[in-house]
Design a protein around this ligand. Structure first.
Ligand SMILES: [Zn+2]
Length: 289
């Protein structure tokens, strides 16, 4: 019965001229392969292989975006992550056009309805407080709920006597929330100061892209700042800077490699080595505690 129904729909569409001649090419299933985003590479990668390689191109090492859940799985010791503040979510407090609708869609299709996933987990056996941003939620923008969750993750590190690890991926402050969004920068920075006074380490991991108010606050306040290769890190984007200053920007401007040379970040670490590297540094930083 079902088969006949589908046939009918296909025929009707064909007559109405709404499907391309021949339709989808037979024998080429979609969603199995991904072409490397790096222009110099262009390698076609089997998706399963890409996932197994933590979404790093096996040919050139290009780091594709990685969602918060997959990143947490790649960072913490298996089975040790315990999520906190899962239900904390944004509200449209300013009545910003279309924001409530967009939030509704995002909240409906996500396990964690915000641009950050927070909790505690072990890295190399060391218990840490973790906050991992997710760029796929409204460009990883920092609204009031995002900021509150991150501030609580910092406070959790302090109260639990643990190290803090924050992984950033953000377009900056969330414009839909105006000043409520901007004040998160100060709130989180204040919490970080308390963590520093408690002499507990904070490792900041910058991934592509880390920009705006996130760069201008907690992302660059780490005791140790690690970036993924090729990550774009900056405040305003290159186009805005070029148009404002009327200057040509140097080659590689705002890449992790450019910033490492100039001392803004401490180290570039491949995603595949991130867990072991952070665990090693936690050992150094907490060794004398
Ligand atoms: Zn590649």
């Amino acid at each position: 019965m079902k088969k006949t129904g589908e046939k009918r729909v296909f025929k009707r569409r064909a007559v109405a001229g709404t499907s391309r001649r021949g339709g989808r090419k037979a024998g080429i299933p979609e969603g199995l392969w991904t072409k490397c985003e790096s222009e110099a590479c262009g390698q076609v990668i089997f998706n399963q292989q890409l996932e197994e390689n933590l979404r790093v191109c096996p040919a050139c090492g290009h780091h594709f975006p990685l969602g918060a859940r997959a990143r947490i799985a790649a960072l913490v010791d298996e089975g040790t992550f315990e999520e906190c503040d899962r239900g904390l979510r944004a509200v449209d407090s300013l009545g910003f056009p279309n924001y409530a609708d967009r939030l509704g869609v995002e909240h409906g299709r996500r396990e964690t309805p915000e641009a950050v996933v927070c909790g505690t987990g072990s890295m190399g056996g060391v218990r840490v407080s973790l906050a991992v941003m997710d760029f796929t939620f409204l460009g990883g923008s920092m609204g009031a709920a995002t900021g509150e969750k991150i501030a609580r993750a910092v406070a959790r590190a302090e109260s639990g006597g643990r190290a803090l690890v924050i992984v950033s991926a953000s377009g900056g402050a969330r414009m839909h929330e105006g000043c409520f969004s901007l004040m998160q920068m100060a709130k989180i920075s204040g919490e970080l100061q308390r963590l520093a006074e408690a002499r507990l380490p904070y490792i900041s991991v910058l991934t592509h892209p880390t920009t705006g108010g996130v760069t201008a606050s907690f992302a660059t306040l780490g005791d140790l700042i690690i970036a993924e290769p090729g990550a774009m890190i900056g405040f305003a984007g290159p186009r805005v800077i070029r148009e404002t200053t009327h200057q040509e920007l140097p080659e590689g401007f705002q890449t992790a490699e450019f910033l490492l040379e100039r001392g803004l970040i401490d180290r570039i670490v491949s995603r595949r080595e991130m867990r072991d590297t952070i665990a090693r540094f936690l050992g150094y930083l907490l060794g004398g505690a």
